[in-house]
Design a protein around this ligand. Structure first.
Ligand SMILES: Cc1ncc(COP(=O)(O)O)c(C=O)c1O
Length: 354
């Protein structure tokens, strides 16, 4: 995608966490805060905590399923160090507004681009729009390494720190390490051991990508154009066929100048229907169509975050999407015939319930 650097890692969650951990080299302290959307795959919130920061949740905009930029500034405190928008379901977050807020408050921006491989925002690639971008290469994503992640950035100093962080915080070629371990430095500090591989300059992780995974990823690069073509065909086809179910059933749309990644197809039930999401997905699943929810409101619906003290109702849009939404896949092996079957079933169910 044209960034100067890409650092391969063991997962997308590690990519989120390590990108944030770079902040410690620039004065951040444990328990500083990172702003994230309330609705995402739970890895987003977990990664903030794993990096030693505290997530500050902000509600989403139901029309985009992404963080609502108009609510970000209220969540900024003197401890805030970064914003991590998520491009959920392949839909780009409003990066111009987010970057403007970040610049004003001197915050780092890390894109959680796990679900947005290949998406574009106002003519630019997702993954090039913040200070760093974290991708997942888990099997659910377009290019996969089985398990894996990757961080893209134009900042070579960040990339060098990331190479250290993924290997236990080992000394690297970044300015701080060279200063500490360079000519004569290590001999002075370490009486017995001047082996740079056993000099650790920061608190690190064990998050390297292994060769086997990398080989799978290289194979995927060869077949990527074909995978992308088929997924894009599915994305366009299902959107066209689904349009007749609006406004009862909603989905999210690309904004001006945006291209969504053909990652998955989200469905959100409008208010006031005569059936619940659970009845709807049970009907689909009985007919052989597998679905997944639109994740949960991390602060109010994922028990592990309970200690942060948020209350049900604090994030109405995220909670609505979690209770009234679901998504289905757009995998390259899904054909137009499969999509026609899905559309027929949805039509029948709506008839049944009317
Ligand atoms: C938005 C988001 N962030 C982070 C991740 C974590 O990626 P991984 O499963 O590779 O750890 C995922 C997983 O798909 C995700 O959807």
């Amino acid at each position: 995608m044209g960034t100067k650097e890409a650092v391969a890692l063991s997962s997308g969650t590690d990519a989120d966490a390590l990108a944030l951990a770079v902040l410690y080299d620039f004065g951040a302290r444990r328990n500083d805060e990172v702003i994230v959307p309330a609705l995402s795959f739970v890895a987003t919130g977990n990664a903030v905590l794993q990096a030693g920061f505290v997530p500050r949740f902000v509600d989403i905009d139901l029309r985009t399923l992404n963080i609502d930029p108009s609510k970000i500034e209220k969540a900024i405190t003197p401890r805030t160090k970064a914003i991590m928008p998520v491009h959920l379901m392949g839909k780009p977050a409003d990066m111009d507004r987010i970057n403007r807020i970040a610049r004003k408050h001197k915050l780092l921006v890390v894109e959680d681009a796990a679900e947005a491989q290949s998406a574009r925002y106002k003519g630019r690639e997702i993954g090039t729009l913040g200070d760093m971008a974290a991708f997942s290469l888990y099997i659910a994503h377009i290019i996969s390494t089985g398990e894996g992640g990757i961080i893209t950035t134009d900042n070579s100093a960040y990339a060098e720190i990331l190479r250290s962080l993924r290997a236990h915080g080992r000394a690297c070629k970044c300015a701080a390490c060279v200063l500490n371990t360079g000519k004569g430095g290590c001999a002075k500090r370490f009486k017995y051991n001047t082996d740079i591989r056993f000099i650790f300059e920061r608190i690190g992780f064990s998050a390297k990508m292994n060769e086997l995974e990398a080989a799978i990823g290289l194979g995927y690069l060869d077949i990527y154009p074909e995978i992308f073509r088929k997924r894009k065909r599915n994305f366009l086809y299902i959107r066209k066929k689904f349009a007749k179910f609006r406004p009862a059933l909603l989905t999210i749309d690309p904004g001006p100048g945006e291209e969504m990644a053909p990652y998955a197809f989200p469905v959100i039930l409008s208010k006031g229907l005569k059936f619940t999401r659970d009845e709807f997905v049970a009907y689909l699943e009985a007919a052989g169509i597998d679905t997944r929810s639109l994740f949960l409101s991390m602060p109010t619906q994922c028990r592990g975050f309970g200690y942060l003290g948020y209350k049900p109702g604090d994030f109405p849009a995220a909670e609505y999407a979690a209770d009234n939404g679901f998504h289905i896949g757009l995998h390259q092996d899904i054909t137009e015939a499969h999509i026609d079957y899905f559309i027929r079933l949805v039509g029948k169910f709506l008839e049944l319930k009317n």
